[in-house]
Design a protein around this ligand. Structure first.
Ligand code: BMA
Length: 392
């Protein structure tokens, strides 16, 4: 009995110790399991060996961005706005307040941020729309830090006439390798490279960018457009720019996006295509210029065509620009846009800038389509910043 008592006593305290150890063991196991699960989740999205990007030396950040972009269509499509945080209707960012017209209307920021670097090639402090490049860098850092995706377009001046990007005088042949203006063009691309190199997080990591140069080439309004150069010349321009950025200037934080204007068919879309090895994302710019019925048709036709090419090439695709100037149709977001683009597989749709009272494509407080925009924001398949930042 005594022994038993002692034994009981002994057993009680060792049982307690055992239980205590078991509890600690369980906690440790739970922590380890959570770490394992979390690391599995992040390896799912950062496993760079499984992601296809064209630049063989692409930074991890660029590969990660590609994985995020590929994930988005599984839950819907992301909303983007050009110059969202640089200015809006009646205001301009002076570096003291971070805001956006879209956030003021809907309560959340866009998921995709369009920026424009036209005039970087000239060494100007501001872009062609008077956005200071230092401010732009800070806005890109902030958008990236908060989980947003950044897309950059470039409207370089005509290198031959020194007039704007909208001067269609032929210039491409002159700036290609062997052309008289090639050294000048190389120096321009070096300035683009400097800007891209400067896009770093606070801890010095490269910020990944969707770079979308020489867009709407099937139109005839830019010097790289269909009436100003041959498809072959355009393709060389693209490839040489790509080579300069990646190999000569060691820029590795970019995903390259090829985007046309509205097209009639697949052949037109691919007419200027520089090749699968030079393009990561397929884009198309679709503006509502004619009747609503016509735009709905155009979205359906062009996006299904884009989706077909994207699936065939296994490349993500997006509506890289678009919108209805001054959004005069009250239910445009839900009834015109969303009805035609939901389920097309696009990763995002980006709307052009809120520039002036007669040149804007996003909503702002008091604007006619604002109430509908809030409804649009409430749709579970339309992703804003809070949604897209969870995809990482
Ligand atoms: C165009 C217009 C221009 C602007 C250019 C580049 O569509 O908005 O005013 O300079 O884009 O942002």
């Amino acid at each position: 009995m005594e022994t038993l008592n002692i034994g009981n006593h002994g057993l009680n305290s060792s049982a307690k110790r055992y239980r205590c150890r078991a509890k600690i063991g369980k906690c440790v196991a739970l922590i380890l399991i959570s770490i394992f699960v979390m690391s599995c989740k992040s390896t799912l999205l950062t496993n760079s060996t499984t992601v296809n990007v064209t630049d063989p030396n692409a930074d991890e950040s660029a590969k990660h961005l590609m994985l995020r972009i590929r994930e988005i269509p599984k839950s819907g499509y992301a909303f983007g706005h050009q110059d969202a945080t640089a200015y809006g209707m009646g205001w301009k960012n002076d570096g003291t307040r971070y805001k956006s017209d879209v956030a003021e209307v809907s309560g959340d920021f866009p998921a995709v941020y369009g920026f424009e670097i036209g005039h970087i090639e000239l060494g100007h402090r501001q872009n062609l729309d008077s956005v200071d490049f230092n401010l732009m860098t800070r806005l890109i850092q902030k958008a990236h830090k908060s989980g947003g995706i950044i897309s950059i377009s470039w409207h370089p001046d005509n290198p031959v006439t020194n007039k704007s990007a909208w001067d269609p005088s032929p210039a491409v042949a002159e700036i290609l390798e062997g052309g008289l203006m090639h050294p000048k063009y190389q120096a321009w691309v070096a300035k683009v490279a400097d800007f891209m190199h400067g896009l770093k997080t606070q801890t010095g990591k490269p910020i990944p960018i969707v770079f979308r140069p020489f867009h709407e080439m099937n139109g005839s309004w830019f010097w790289w457009g269909r009436k100003s150069c041959t498809p072959k010349e355009f393709q060389l321009l693209w490839r040489q720019t790509y080579e300069l950025l990646t190999n000569t200037y060691n820029v590795h934080n970019l995903l390259y996006c090829y985007s046309t204007d509205v097209v009639k068919n697949e052949k037109e879309y691919l007419k200027f295509y520089p090749g699968d090895d030079y393009v990561d994302i397929l884009g198309i710019d679709l503006y509502h210029k004619n009747s609503t019925e016509r735009y709905i048709e155009l979205l359906k036709d062009n996006l299904s065509l884009l989706s077909k090419i994207g699936k065939f090439k296994n490349k993500p695709f997006a509506m890289t620009e678009g919108g209805l100037n001054m959004v005069p149709v009250e239910d445009w977001w839900t009834n015109v846009l969303d009805k035609s683009v939901a389920n097309t597989g696009i990763a995002w749709a980006l709307f052009w800038r809120n520039a002036w009272p007669n040149h804007y494509f996003g909503p702002f407080k008091g604007q006619k389509s604002s109430a509908d925009f809030k409804k649009f924001k409430g749709l579970s398949h339309v992703l804003f910043l809070e949604d897209v930042k969870k995809i990482r």
